[in-house]
Design a protein around this ligand. Structure first.
Ligand SMILES: CC(C)(COP(=O)(O)OP(=O)(O)OC[C@H]1O[C@@H](n2cnc3c(N)ncnc32)[C@H](O)[C@@H]1OP(=O)(O)O)[C@@H](O)C(=O)NCCC(=O)NCCS
Length: 468
C-alpha cells in the first residue's frame, strides 16, 4: 500500500504538477496571452495528478474522532469537504487562494481611476490561484457583458412576479429557469464523457455570473418601481454595469463599493450554507443554474445571507424606539431587550470566526474613506463598541464580534439603496463567484456524489449504550 502510494506520488510530482502548486500559491501574474478557459485547461491535468498524490499519501490519515455532539450540533467543525477557492481561519478570517482581503485589494487589477479590486480578477484568482493581468480582466468584463442577456421568458417570469414576493425568491426562480439553456444539461443528455464535464460547466458558470446583474436589476426595478432597465455597456466592468442597472451607475463611489462588495462576499470556504448547498446539489450533476439556485435558497435564511436585511430592520426599529442619536445606555437596553426577547443580534456571531470579520473591517475602512460623517455608519460603530461586551456577558455566543452583514446595509443606505429586502440579492450576485469556481473544479476533478451517513437517535443510543 505504502509502496503504491509512494510510486503514485513520484509520478505525480512532475515539474508541471510542481509548477501548479507553486503558481497557485506564489505567482502574482497569470500566464499572459491566455483566456480563463485556456488557462484552466492548462491547469487541470496537473491538479488531477496533485489530488491523486495527496490522496495516495494522506488518504488514510484521520482528522480524529467524530463526536456524537457534532451530529446533533449542525456538524460544527466536522472536516467534511474539499473547497479550494478560499480557507477561513477562525482568528484571521478569509483568504482567497491564500490571499487576505487587503492583499487582494493591493494585488488584483483595478478599473481606471479605481482603488478597489475588480471582481473579474477575484474570479480569475478563485479559479486559477493566480493574479490575472489587466488585459485578462478586461477580456472577462467583455465576455460577461456579451453573455449578459436573459432569455425573454425569464424576463417575463420576473415581470409577472408580484412585488410582494421577496426579491430572494424571485432571484432563485429566475436562476432556476436559466437551466432551460444549460450547456451542461444538454451535453449530458447528448452523452458527454465524464472527463469533459468541466467544459460545459465552465460555460454555464460564465453565463450564470454574466446574467446576474440583469436579474438583480430587473428585480430591483420591478419591486421598487424604478422604471425601465438600461442595457449593459460592453465597455464597462461588471460592477459598473450592475450599479447602472440598479440606477447608481453615475455615482463612482457606489461603483467602487460594488467592486469591493462583490469581492469580499464572493466566498467564505465551503461549509457555509450557500457554498455547501451549491456543491451538494452540483454533486448530483444538476447543472450550475440548479445548483446555484439551491445556494440562493440557503442564502435567503436569516441566520445566513438574509442577516444583512435583518441588521437594517433591527437598526431602523432601534431608531424608531430610542431615537436617532441615542445614548450608549439606551442602545445597551435595546440590545438586552433583543436578547431577552429570545432573538439574535443580527450581524454578530459566526459559526467559525472568533474575531471581528475582516470583511466587516474592509467595509468600515471604505466608510471611513467615503462617508465618515454618515449617521448610520456612526450608529454601526457605536453598536460595535457595545454589542460584544453584552454578548460576552450573556454568555452564550461563542463569537461576540461582528460579521460581514453588520456593516453592508449602512453603506448601501448611504448611497440611496435603502430597500433592505434587496440586500441579500447583492450578496447572492457575489456568492455566485465562489460557488461557480468550485463547481468547475468539482467537475474537472471528478468529485463524486455527496452522500454522508445519517443516524437515528435510537441507533446512536443503541450503538453507545453501556460504553465509556
Ligand atoms: C451566525 C450564527 C448563526 C452562528 O451560529 P452558531 O455557530 O450556532 O453560534 P454559537 O455556537 O456561538 O451559538 C451558541 C448560542 O449563542 C447564540 N448566539 C450566537 N450568536 C448570537 C447573536 N448574534 N445574538 C444572540 N445570540 C447569539 C446562539 O443562538 C446559540 O444559542 P442557543 O444555545 O440558545 O441555541 C449566530 O452567531 C447568529 O445567529 N448570528 C446572528 C445572525 C447573523 O448575523 N448571521 C450571519 C452570519 S455571517
Amino acid at each position: 500500500m505504502a509502496a503504491t502510494a509512494r510510486s503514485v506520488l513520484k509520478v505525480s510530482r512532475t515539474p508541471f504538477a510542481r509548477s501548479l502548486v507553486s503558481s497557485s500559491r506564489f505567482s502574482t501574474t497569470a500566464a499572459k496571452n491566455t483566456n480563463l478557459k485556456e488557462r484552466l485547461a492548462q491547469l487541470i491535468p496537473a491538479e488531477l495528478e496533485n489530488v491523486k498524490a495527496v490522496r495516495a499519501e494522506h488518504g488514510k490519515k484521520s482528522f480524529g474522532p467524530v463526536l456524537v455532539d457534532q451530529l446533533y450540533g449542525g456538524m460544527r467543525g466536522l472536516p467534511a469537504l474539499i473547497w479550494d477557492g478560499s480557507v477561513l481561519d477562525a482568528e484571521e478570517g478569509i483568504r482567497f487562494r491564500g490571499k487576505t482581503i487587503p492583499e487582494c485589494q493591493a494585488l488584483l487589477p483595478k478599473a481606471p481611476g479605481g482603488q478597489e479590486p475588480l471582481p473579474e480578477g477575484l474570479f480569475w484568482l478563485l479559479v486559477t490561484g493566480e493574479i490575472p493581468t489587466q488585459e485578462q480582466v478586461t477580456e472577462l468584463s467583455k465576455d460577461w457583458a456579451a453573455r449578459s442577456a436573459l432569455p425573454e421568458f425569464v424576463e417575463e417570469l420576473l415581470d409577472r412576479c408580484p412585488p410582494t414576493l421577496h426579491p430572494m425568491s424571485q432571484f432563485s426562480l429566475a436562476v432556476t429557469a436559466l437551466n432551460h439553456d444549460s450547456a451542461f444539461a444538454k451535453a449530458y443528455q447528448d452523452g458527454i464523457s465524464k472527463k469533459e464535464y468541466w467544459g460545459p460547466v465552465f460555460e454555464d458558470c460564465m453565463d450564470l455570473i454574466a446574467k446576474l446583474p440583469n436579474i438583480a436589476g430587473r428585480i430591483y426595478r420591478n419591486v421598487f418601481g424604478k422604471g425601465k432597465l438600461p442595457s449593459i455597456d460592453a465597455s464597462k466592468d461588471y460592477s459598473h454595469n450592475l450599479a447602472t442597472l440598479l440606477g447608481f451607475g453615475d455615482n463612482e463611489a457606489f461603483v467602487e463599493l460594488m467592486r469591493l462588495y462583490i469581492t469580499i462576499h464572493s466566498d467564505h470556504e465551503g461549509g457555509n450554507v450557500s457554498a455547501h448547498t451549491g456543491k451538494l446539489v452540483g454533486s448530483a450533476l444538476s447543472d450550475p443554474f440548479l445548483a446555484f439556485a439551491a445556494s440562493l435558497n440557503g442564502l435567503a435564511g436569516p441566520l445566513h445571507g438574509l442577516a444583512n436585511q435583518e441588521v437594517l430592520l433591527w437598526l431602523r426599529k432601534m431608531q424608531s424606539q430610542i431615537g436617532e442619536n441615542a445614548t450608549d445606555e439606551a442602545v445597551k437596553e435595546y440590545v438586552w431587550a433583543t436578547l431577552k426577547g429570545g432573538q439574535v443580534v443580527p450581524g454578530y456571531g459566526h459559526a467559525v470566526l472568533r474575531k471581528t470579520d475582516p470583511r466587516y473591517t474592509a467595509q468600515r475602512e471604505f466608510a471611513l474613506k467615503h462617508m465618515p460623517d454618515d449617521p448610520l455608519f456612526k450608529l454601526v460603530g457605536q453598536i460595535y463598541n457595545i454589542v460584544p461586551d453584552i454578548l460576552l456577558e450573556a454568555g452564550k455566543a461563542k463569537n461576540p464580534w461582528p460579521n460581514v452583514d453588520a456593516h453592508s446595509g449602512a453603506l448601501l443606505t448611504h448611497y440611496g439603496l435603502t430597500q433592505m429586502q434587496f440586500y441579500t440579492v447583492l450578496f447572492g450576485v457575489s456568492r455566485a463567484f465562489g460557488v461557480a469556481a468550485q463547481l468547475i473544479w468539482d467537475r474537472a476533478l471528478g468529485a463524486p456524489l455527496e452522500r454522508p451517513k445519517s443516524y437515528s437517535t435510537a441507533a446512536i443510543d443503541k450503538m453507545f449504550k453501556g460504553k465509556q
